[in-house]
Design a protein. Structure first.
Length: 255
């Protein structure tokens, strides 16, 4: 988890077994008793508790159904206490969106690292050829789509609340980890001499593929299983492209 004022500790269960089954114990407001909620409040943790409760509520409802007063009741505190932390619903939604983005970023990072480790264990030479980096990049893309399917309201909230702007224009050290991770993963699969335009085009291509697939699924325009997600993300370029490159894109990369 990144370190920021809105960061909350949320962990996923079963992320290695297809689409994520759900949020681990402790994320949902129902997991806390009223007495423990009040205890958290008196220890100054109401801010994080409300974010966790809001995200848990979104797994079974829409943003429109979310109520600050209802969350206050679930946390066992007064509405006045809630408004001290979040002056209005949009303020809470913005904090929830950032927390959800943090969770997604952690998940993408973990998926990429695990895939790279497996690839290296299977064939050390593959890593030297950057195929391990490609496997890691594809794993991150697959994780992105799985996150959206597992938590559609979280996913929609992220992109609803993030201010407009070109996120790919931010330097990796300034970008959110979910985007800086994409930039770093793309850099790992491209030749070292690749220019900025090629890196940007490749990152945009990867993001467009996974985000487009996620939205098609969420909007019920297509139905896909895990195998199809992985096949789309890991789509191949023509085999006759020299040095495994096609229009600057590494061969074997759909995301």
């Amino acid at each position: 988890m990144t370190s920021n004022d809105n960061s909350v500790n949320i962990e996923f269960a079963g992320q290695d077994a297809g689409p994520i089954a759900g949020v681990a114990a402790g994320c949902g407001a129902g997991a806390q008793s009223r007495s423990s909620a009040r205890s958290s409040y008196h220890h100054g943790d109401l801010h994080s508790s409300l974010i966790r409760a809001g995200l848990a509520a979104l797994d079974g409802a829409s943003v429109d159904d979310l109520s600050l007063r209802a969350l206050a009741r679930s946390a066992g505190v007064s509405a006045t206490a809630v408004y001290r932390h979040f002056p209005d619903k949009d303020a809470l939604l913005a904090a929830m969106a950032l927390a959800a983005l943090d969770v997604m970023g952690d998940m993408l990072h973990a998926a990429g690292e695990q895939a790279a480790r497996v690839a290296g264990a299977d064939d050390g030479a593959m890593v030297a050829l950057n195929a391990g980096a490609m496997v890691a990049l594809n794993a991150q893309g697959t994780a992105y789509v799985r996150f959206a399917i597992a938590h559609p309201q979280w996913f929609r909230l992220i992109w609803q609340m993030i201010p407009p702007g070109d996120m790919l224009d931010e330097a990796p050290e300034d970008a959110h980890p979910s985007l800086s991770g994409l930039q770093q993963a793309v850099a790992a699969v491209l030749p070292p001499a690749a220019d900025g335009d090629t890196r940007r085009a490749t990152a945009l291509h990867c993001w467009a593929v996974v985000h487009g697939l996620a939205m098609l699924v969420l909007d019920k325009q297509v139905v896909v299983d895990d195998a199809m997600i992985e096949r789309v993300i890991g789509g191949t370029m023509p085999n006759d492209m020299p040095n495994g490159m096609a229009n600057g894109m590494p061969k074997g990369m759909a995301c």
